[in-house]
Design a protein around this ligand. Sequence first.
Ligand code: ADP
Ligand code: MG
Length: 348
Amino acid sequence: MIRFEHVTKRYKGTAKPALSDIDFEVQRGEFVFLVGASGSGKSSCLRLILREDLPSSGRVVALGRDTTSLTTRRTPYFRRQIGAVFQDFRLLQSKTVAQNVAFTLQVIGRSRAFIKQAVPEALDRVGLADMGRRMPHELSGGEQQRVAIARALVNRPQILLADEPTGNLDPGTSVDIMRILAQVNATGTTVVMATHEATFVDQMQRRVIELSEGELVRDERQGGYGDTSVIRTLQPEAERGAAAIAALTAVLEVQREVSGEPQAEAAVQKAVDAVEDVVDAVAAPAATEPPAAEQPAAAPSAAADRPAVRPSEPVDAAIPPVDVDALGMADRLGLRSADDDEEVGPTS
Ligand code: ADP
Ligand code: MG
């Protein structure tokens, strides 16, 4: 599904390569954490998979395509099979939630009938079924990230790449996001998540690929974060942290049960209960919430500041024809149609 063969990546004007002779292979359906300190090369790896950049030497093969031999013209089609979410959400601020999710489909020319079905479905998957008419600034950070995940999933990609998706979120909200990513993976999507936050990695017991200064230093099937002494960890207040861990653990049980064990129902109920506890813990004392580290300019607003939920209206009514001015965003998302695509190199 994804294969790095002796991949080295050098950026212009830098002495040391960002990635040195990296080799790994990710199978269909895997959930892989890409971990390492800031600057270790995680985002570079994800950009190579998305063909936003090409290796200086070696090969990156994704979805059966060698990204170096993939033409610039074919790249948008290739990228449509890969969803991506980022630390800073990257929503279109002038569009509603439903419009943000519909936008990618409109740009790639999906039928109105498909969009009408796929957008509510995607919002439902991330638990935002009733929020289609909200504007991004009316949502919390966690909700904005869920919209970004819905957008990434709406075209049913085979691979979901997540670059520090919880980096701007508080611990309780981060658990929500992890739960959604775990569910996405449980339905068959390959997930690669870059993070330098130890908590989830330790808890989830999934494959861990660790980078250090551009070198692959560990590839473990059921890893934890390893030596966490030098890594920034999430420090939730005690009660919420405990609830969050309980939720995550329960959800992970669900995932194991998905493969056909008979205790699925009990595990699901446990997960629901635990997650509800977390939701309660997070929702109640919004004012006392600790600030998330590295808060972005568009800070999530406290629950109390948010406008009341609007009565739900048909999502379809909220989706106007595609706005050409917003195509700059389509570009960044790799969604520009091949016809407009100039033959230029991907490195900027
Ligand atoms: P991480 O995501 O793990 O923080 P990155 O992949 O962003 O790491 O960066 C790896 C290294 O490559 C860092 O030293 C960074 O400064 C360098 N780097 C990343 N992108 C560029 C670029 N476009 N030009 C030059 N150097 C870059
Ligand atoms: Mg990064």
